[in-house]
Every structure is written in C-alpha cells, then in structure tokens.
Design a protein around this ligand. Structure first.
Ligand SMILES: [Ca+2]
Length: 201
C-alpha cells in the first residue's frame, strides 16, 4: 500500500501523531470565537447568582442620581444592600415629585423591576416607574399612584431595551419623601426567579 509523505518515505507513527496535533490545534482555534461570544449569549460559567443579572446595580456598572439638591444618597438604591437601613440611612431619599434616575452601563433588555421601599413602620407610598425609550421619550411601566404600596415591590412588564429608568414618588403617608432602599432591574427571562426569591422577604 502506498501512502504519500513529504519525503516519499512510508508514514511513521510520529507523522500520525503530528497530524493529529495539527488537527486538534485547528479545532481549538475554531472554538475560540464561540467561547468569546458566550457571555453575550447569556451563558455564565461562574457567578450565576440573581444579583449578577441585576443590571441596575453599581456592581454591574449602573449609576444613580437625583436631579434635585434636596435629594441625597441616590447610590444607596443600587448598592446591593437590602438589610442595613433605617429612617435616616441606607436609602435614597428622594423628594416627592422628583425622579430618582438609574442609568445602566449600556442599553439593556429589561422586563422585571424589584424595589424595596422603606418598611420599618406602617407607612406607604404612591409612585410610578418609567423607562426611557431609544427615541428619547419616557414610557410608564408601573403606575402605582393609587393605593397603598409598602416594602418589596414586584413590577413586571413587556420587555423593553433601555439605558435608563426612573422612579418618582407622588405620595408618602408619613413625609414628603420616597425612600428607596434598593431598586433592581432584570431581563424578563428572570421573572420567575425574581418572583420566587422574593418569598420570605
Ligand atoms: Ca441599598
């Protein structure tokens, strides 16, 4: 049986090993773009905690602001801390009628928002939440300007791609402030997970 080799000699075991290594190297090189694309495809290899998917957290590059000189500590609403707070600390203090605005690191698809309003007493709030559309207008995704809204808020809506959202208090039963201990935003893929992890809170 004739087999072609570079020097016309018979193929040896070494040439088979070399050929196998070359094929393996080509195969691995072809897979690199796939591995690089995995984060964009939503695959996570290490941290799959719910908070790692919260695009409104400072840890994930979001920023918070209150465009009013009386509003203070907007960053407390996106710091991931939902346990250390009191009547004068641990929340964004937002005057009624003024928005707390949260900007994401980049335009992102969201369909679920979870908010913790100050809940160390029986007070309640009224508020609404809006997201900016890519055209620049604001779209209201939650209108809670009626009723009594306390503690953890679960907001679910048709998903939108947005870079920015805002929450604005319209009423506070104790004082003219909206106290936002934390606000989180997720892709609607996490709706069930966000909802189930609220139990017991
Ligand atoms: Ca917080």
């Amino acid at each position: 049986m004739n087999r072609a080799t570079e020097d016309s000699s018979s193929p040896s075991l070494n040439s088979y090993i070399l050929a196998s290594l070359v094929i393996l190297a080509i195969g691995l090189t072809a897979l690199i773009p796939l591995f690089e694309a995995m984060p964009q495809l939503g695959y996570r290899t290490a941290d799959d905690s719910l908070s790692s998917h919260n695009v409104a957290s400072s840890e994930n590059g979001a920023s918070a602001s209150i465009k009013d000189p009386t509003g203070v500590t907007p960053e407390a609403a996106i710091d991931g801390n939902v346990t250390d707070y009191g009547p004068t600390n641990g929340a964004a203090f937002v005057p009624l009628g003024k928005p707390l605005t949260i900007q994401f690191a980049k335009p992102t698809r969201i369909g679920v928002i979870r908010v913790l309003l100050y809940d160390k007493d029986d007070r309640y709030y009224r508020y609404f939440v809006e997201v900016s559309t890519l055209g620049g207008a604001w779209k209201r995704v939650a209108d809670r300007t009626q009723g009594e809204w306390r503690s953890w808020q679960f907001i679910n809506f048709d998903p939108v791609v947005t870079r920015e959202l805002r929450i604005l208090g319209t009423y506070g039963s104790v004082s003219p402030w909206l106290h936002v201990v934390e606000l989180e935003a997720y892709d609607d893929r996490f709706k069930n997970r966000v909802s189930s992890e609220m139990k017991g809170q």
